[in-house]
Design a protein around this ligand. Sequence first.
Ligand SMILES: N[C@@H](CCC(=O)N[C@@H](CS)C(=O)NCC(=O)O)C(=O)O
Length: 219
Amino acid sequence: MSLTIYGIPASRAIRPLWAACELGLSFRHVSLPYEGGATRTADFLALNPNGHIPVVVDERPEAPGGRVVVWESMACALYVARHHGVADGRRITPATPAEDAEALRWSFWVMAEAEADALTVLMHRMAMPEARRKPELAEAAERRLAVPFRVIEQHLREQAERGHEYLAAERFTVADLCAASVLNWARPSKALMQAHPLTHAWILRCLDRDGYRAARELG
Ligand SMILES: N[C@@H](CCC(=O)N[C@@H](CS)C(=O)NCC(=O)O)C(=O)O
């Protein structure tokens, strides 16, 4: 059984890479960039017809064709946690149906409610050359993001009242990994961070992990 993850860490591929590093897995990393045509070759399109990274390929003799191919970054991260982790209540893998539900709902939620706007904040507050940034796009995205940020802030407050610092449990799980990997993009918005201090502190706590650092260093 062997696992391959396609995609550079400075992309949505950080999500399965981070999961694999958190679990201490040995895996093959194909450092495929999203620019320059690498995602449009016939070989790559055969893996992901969308032409996007990340892709996870899991060699499994019992699977049709001898392997499982996963695309969509959240599906990739959840798959790695579920099928390469141990549900022992100590690792990122959900250990109960309730923890699994949290992982699923925060992952779907963050993609549906926050990803596009968080990317707009990242691009127009930080990532693009200053001359091309449009602050009005960032401001509109921040106004919309106030709703999901209020939702997660309230959840983190309730978790804190139970003595928990994370979304699904008393420990960091794949639910945190998936949600933080997206909400991190909104960090260049000082206003959002100041208005949601529990969320800001939780994002920083999630990023301050050896698993995240190891994934970023994969290059
Ligand atoms: N919804 C997809 C989006 C994937 C995506 O857009 N990936 C970007 C890199 S972050 C990409 O591969 N872009 C290259 C391209 O579209 O050609 C996911 O979450 O995996």
